[in-house]
Design a protein around this ligand. Sequence first.
Ligand code: SAM
Length: 327
Amino acid sequence: MNATVLTDQFGRRIDYVRLSVTDRCDLRCSYCIPEGFTGFEEPEHWLNFDEIERLIGAFARLGVSRIRLTGGEPLLRRDIAGLAGRIAALPGIDDLSLSTNATQLDRHAQALKAAGVTRLNVSLDSLQQARVEKINGRDVLAKVMAGLAAAQEAGFAPIKLNMVALAGSNDDEIDEMVAFCMERGFVLRLIEAMPMGDTGRNAEYLDLQPVKERLRTQFDLIETTLPGAGPARYLGTADGGFNVGFITPISQHFCQTCNRIRIAVDGTAYMCLGQDEKFEFRPLLRDGCSDAELEAAILGAINLKPERHEFNESPQKILRFMSMTGG
Ligand code: SAM
């Protein structure tokens, strides 16, 4: 256990980094990357594995113990399991997780598990093939199902399924998704769409508070907490066999307990999903900075972390898409 603690100017302990390893994705989810988007980062700007290892190592020395690999779609980054192994081996890192759309998870699940990834989140917005094609932009439901099976086979447990709940697109499927997760042993997480770029800000936003109350009664669920729950508020069955989390950045924001920052593929650290404060680590890393300089830069960057997002007051504010910041 590391004695150093990274704390921001509002007294929040920052022990969690979400690291985007690519801004590319093989899907075009309606609320995330618009079809035809071309503003991807140049490959020469991507942090390489040595730079990532050095940067995360410095965060770990300052008390960060949890890393999530994300993107874009992290499984598109070549040798992602190799990178995972290097991060898992860093002193101080005791929780390495990965978020994926699972379209290629069947090929990667075993290697990721062997590399030290302990937890998986899989995005799945619908159980209907035509809807997946419409919401996520590609006909991939069968591949995702194969990926989920491979992940269970590899021994990942629990696996969390992330469903962005969209009014008029998949909100009539929430009960089916609950039943599916109960049967297969997945944790379900329902997410409110956030206004990012010009996606997520449309009429499809669904307030999850009434959904939570309805599911509580319908499935006889009680309030519960899960380890590493982050911003999700959970309901579960009394026997603990099934849990559903609600991530409600719009209807009930959770900034006062925010413990994280995000690092984009180019080494830019974003202090808040819904604000512009950022610090670019790539120039430092490429200019041969010392470890002490790197650590001082991290401490300075954490001081920039704003108190809260303003998705409600200024929904037009954030021009980055989720895939650029790292979801
Ligand atoms: N490709 C990986 C995946 O599918 O999990 C990782 C990146 S993805 C951007 C991470 C999560 O962000 C996904 O669960 C996705 O549904 C969610 N997401 C993307 N844009 C969003 C938005 N505007 N509002 C809410 N969630 C969003």
